[in-house]
Design a protein around this ligand. Structure first.
Ligand SMILES: [Zn+2]
Ligand SMILES: [Zn+2]
Length: 390
């Protein structure tokens, strides 16, 4: 039995809003090419499966039927800007319904496999479309595969599912879907909504009346860098997840918090993103018998960031972490030059990250520490935890 299952087929490249749109399919193509060059795809611990688009029953578990009909119509060119379809962020394209529904099927497939125990870890780097709402597209996201995967786990009998969202943007669609459901803990660490799309994700937002404390938001100031990001993540996420005792963790690994990403003002390096993924992975083994479903997400530095970040995610799930400072394979750099017409860097990441744990004391003069404390003060008492102590 392999350790991990990865959803992939070239059909997933059809999620394509067109030339010039930041969500370029090259991000996925270059990732898979790099993973192949590094030998990860030949691992006996990895099975790779393709999936057909999800059917209506799966889509209707997290979307209104009328919205699904509008996406189908959009794929034929009928715009519905009131549902976010045919906007600057979410232009319509032929095949849109099938392409978006295939991402959903991928995340549901790996969630099923992890819950059934046929694999320990599931990966869908094409997924993580966390902004899609019940009845509207938003922020490059048409259907919410993360929410659908969580819904499938609940329907299969899971009583507690933790969702951990590392994308630069607030995981608003997933949070909204499970806002008042005590069975789902949603955690999101992101750039403050007053300075970045979608504008939500405040520390005071802690869940609906039946689910107090099951929404957790860490809202960081612009320019937060690697060490502070890891400090903030570690100061909130593991403690709350441990109290919640999930049976499975679903995580979203948007790589757009990176310093080179054009769509956020955070300054996180790949090494920190990889360390964040490791934190989630280790927690899954600690509290959830290893059950971990890892999804992609945002990430618009398609050469310099996304391929290395997500290759390292695949390597992490295979228990063979990548040396991020290694030179990029020449064959991959040649492919990059042919595919996107520019020469990729010889090395993408050099700096290991050292960071200070929260227990080492917080600094009221530091904006990141103040952001962390705001979340701890809103959330920790609801879990019987002390905001001021480790
Ligand atoms: Zn994002
Ligand atoms: Zn593992």
């Amino acid at each position: 039995m392999p350790l991990a299952r990865l959803v992939w087929s070239d059909d997933l490249l059809h999620y394509d809003f067109g030339h010039g749109h930041p969500m370029a399919p090259a991000r996925l193509d270059l990732t898979m090419r790099l993973a192949a060059e590094l030998g990860l795809l030949d691992s006996p611990e990895l099975e790779i499966v393709g999936v057909p688009p999800a059917g209506d029953a799966v889509l209707e578990s997290v979307h209104d039927a009328a919205y699904i009909a509008a996406v189908r119509a959009a794929a034929r060119g009928v715009l519905a800007p009131d549902r976010g379809l045919g906007t600057e962020d979410d232009p319509v394209f032929p095949g849109m319904h099938d392409a978006a529904a295939r991402l959903v099927a991928g995340s549901v497939d790996v969630a099923d496999a992890v819950w059934a125990g046929t694999v320990t870890h599931g990966l869908n780097i094409a997924g993580g479309m966390h902004h899609a709402h019940r009845s509207a597209a938003s922020g490059f996201c048409i259907y919410n595969d993360a929410a659908a995967a969580i819904r499938r786990l609940l329907d299969a009998g899971a009583q507690r599912v933790a969702y951990v969202d590392l994308d630069a943007h607030h995981g608003d669609g997933v949070e909204a879907e499970f806002w008042d459901d005590p069975r789902v803990l949603t955690f999101s660490i992101h750039q403050d909504g007053s300075t970045l799309f979608p504008g939500t994700g405040n520390p005071a937002d802690v869940g609906g009346p039946d689910a107090d404390g099951t929404a957790v938001n860490v809202a960081l100031p612009p320019r937060t860098a690697s060490a502070a990001w890891l400090r903030a993540l570690d100061a909130v996420m593991p403690a709350v997840v441990r109290e919640f005792r999930p049976q499975v963790i679903v995580s979203q690994h948007g790589a757009d918090a990176h310093a080179k990403d054009p769509l956020s003002d955070l300054r996180i390096g790949v090494a920190a993103l990889a360390q964040g993924a490791r934190m989630v992975h280790e927690l899954a083994h600690e509290v959830a018998d290893g059950r971990w479903v890892a999804l992609g997400g945002g990430g618009y530095a398609v050469v310099d960031v996304v391929p290395l970040a997500w290759t390292s995610l695949i390597a992490e799930a295979l228990h063979t972490p990548l040396d991020l400072s290694r030179p990029m394979p020449p064959a991959w750099r040649d492919y990059v030059a042919r595919a996107v017409g520019r020469v990729g860097e010889r090395r993408l990441e050099v700096d290991p990250v050292t960071w200070r744990r929260w227990v080492a004391g917080y600094d009221p003069a530091d904006a990141v520490d103040r952001a962390v404390l705001a979340t701890r003060r809103h959330v920790f008492p609801l879990w019987g935890l002390d905001p001021y102590q480790d």
